[in-house]
Ligand binder design. Structure first.
Ligand SMILES: Cc1cc2nc3c(=O)[nH]c(=O)nc-3n(C[C@H](O)[C@H](O)[C@H](O)COP(=O)(O)OP(=O)(O)OC[C@H]3O[C@@H](n4cnc5c(N)ncnc54)[C@H](O)[C@@H]3O)c2cc1C
Length: 484
């Protein structure tokens, strides 16, 4: 059974249910939400729906399901894999959660915040800071990524090293399932062994199993002191050795350990006006380090400074600086957080978000670079990111002077296949944190393994047998059959 286009009656019913603030078919209002963040994929939608509460979401889903009309859930539209961009046929309804942005409660005693799906990550940070707590997940898109999107992509970010990805911070979920029924799972129990964990099935489901409307999220103590450092060193292997040294010196204090190559830093310095050179010299590799302690615990600055001094003496680190104040700390973070933006300004690239076992990453970064540069002479590899998690963004830019879009159209697929083949051969994943969306779907199908794909399809079929939620994303119900 194929999906249907909504007729005028159906749209009118939905408009009546949502009211004028919750419904539009105006091309200008819809335009910003029909293209992915990177501007590579354009979609179309019959209407943009913006429900104000979970009841409205459930009613709209029920109305659409009866007519077999597809729904694409969307948060901040910051997906790196066009996960929230609707199909081009214009038959789907785009359902934005952005109006649902209430913080329902903050409980310092439970260490739990209950936030609606449309709450923007930076607003969540601010809201819980007011209660003396911290939500320990952050990423460069924090000004637009929403709670629902972060859960649905199982987002990573810069604190996975200590706290794990989004799914490890989700204690409860409220969601609407493809038939319009509600899953009321906000209870935030730390222990609950009643069989399959629906919260964890919805985390990372990319909107293909349910629409998240609210979540109970784990909080930790607010930061008392933080030490932020920038170091220059010779290789990713030295960087990994440094991480283990820092852990030995500071226990669990190190939360972020981000690697940036010299040419990546150059890009940020060139394109981001506020960026300033962090060290006197140029180093082949740089690492941003953040170590954190709650109020009342010892300031980690001294321990980090001491450990870096020892690492310089041991020849592991070439140079380093520890921020003397919050402004300096923010200035160092800016160099890492603006990497994606600087890359985007610089031009198009074939992007890959790969993971391999942590200890294998330095060798992988070197050998994959060599193989890609040999196979595609002149290309420029830029690998940066979450070295401590065994995850780098392994991006390949066209040769100097070659325009990005045509290069990507002719060479991009072959480049990505090679990078992904090398990743799989190293025992890794072709999507460490960005998800599959529509941009990596063909590669997921190609690389399998078949048993994994079969399990994914079985789960999808059980929740959404008509493939009404986010068709064309993650996994096809039946491959090569035209069923999305
Ligand atoms: C500059 C930049 C830096 C980034 N850095 C990182 C990073 O370090 N780590 C990382 O993991 N990601 C990163 N991302 C990717 C992106 O921010 C995350 O994937 C984020 O979780 C998406 O949130 P969103 O609200 O924008 O979701 P959207 O982009 O709107 O949607 C993402 C997916 O979730 C689904 N979805 C959205 N809301 C819901 C909902 N309420 N219920 C069900 N499904 C829903 C959509 O259908 C889609 O499949 C970055 C993106 C940018 C632009």
């Amino acid at each position: 059974m194929s999906l249907a286009a909504p007729d005028a009656d159906l749209l009118a019913r939905i408009e009546r249910r949502l009211g004028p603030r919750g419904f539009t078919t105006d091309a200008q209002d819809m335009a910003p939400w029909l293209t992915d963040w990177r501007g590579r994929i354009r979609g179309s939608a019959a209407a943009l729906l913006s429900p104000a509460d979970v009841d409205q979401v459930a009613d709209v889903v029920r109305i659409a399901a009866e007519a077999r009309v597809a729904i694409v859930p969307q948060g901040g539209n910051s997906s790196m894999v066009a996960g929230a961009t609707p199909p081009a046929d214009g038959n789907a309804l785009l359902l934005s959660l952005r109006r649902m942005r209430a913080i329902r409660s903050v409980s310092p005693l439970d260490n739990v915040v209950v936030a609606e799906a449309g709450v923007i990550l930076s607003d969540l940070h601010d809201a819980v800071a007011g209660a003396g707590r911290r939500f320990p997940l952050s990423l460069a898109a924090k000004g637009s990524a929403t709670v629902g999107g972060l859960i649905s992509t199982n987002a990573g970010g810069t604190q996975v090293l200590r706290f794990g990805p989004m799914r490890s911070l989700v204690l409860g979920i409220e969601a609407v399932l493809p038939d319009g029924s509600r899953f009321d799972g906000l209870s935030a129990l730390r222990k609950d062994n009643r069989g399959y964990d629906l919260r964890q099935l919805l985390a990372g489901a990319e909107g293909t199993l349910g629409i998240v409307t609210a979540a109970s999220l784990r909080l930790v103590a607010a930061i008392g002191q933080r030490a932020v450092a920038w170091v220059g060193l010779a290789s990713p292997a030295d960087a990994l050795a440094l991480l283990r040294r820092l852990e030995e010196a500071t226990g669990e204090a190190v939360e972020s350990f981000e690697i940036v190559p010299a040419d990546g830093l150059d890009l940020v310095l060139r394109h981001i006006e506020r960026a300033r050179q962090p060290l006197a010299g140029r180093h082949a590799w740089n690492v941003l380090i953040e170590a954190v302690a709650p109020a009342g615990a010892a300031d980690p600055t001294e321990a980090i400074g001491q450990a870096l001094g020892d690492a310089i003496e041991a020849g592991v680190v070439e140079d380093g600086v520890v921020a003397a104040n919050e402004a300096q700390a923010d200035a160092l973070w800016l160099l890492r957080e603006e990497m994606s933006e600087a890359e985007r300004i610089d031009g198009m690239a074939a992007k890959h978000d790969v993971s391999v076992p942590v200890s294998a990453m330095p060798a992988f970064m070197a050998s994959a670079r060599t193989e890609v540069e040999q196979a595609f002479p002149g290309v420029r590899v830029l690998a940066f990111g979450h070295l401590g998690d065994g995850n780098v963004h392994f991006n390949v830019r066209p040769p100097v002077g070659v325009e990005g879009r045509p290069w990507l159209e002719t060479q991009g697929e072959a480049v990505s296949r090679l990078v992904h083949d090398l990743t799989v051969a190293a025992g890794g994943s072709i999507s460490a944190e960005h998800g599959i969306g529509q941009m990596k779907r063909a590669e997921l199908e190609r690389l399998g393994p078949a048993s994994r794909l079969a399990a994914l399809r079985s789960i999808k079929r059980a929740f959404d047998p008509l493939s009404l939620f986010n068709p064309g994303k993650l996994v096809a119900l039946a491959p090569n059959s035209g069923v999305p």
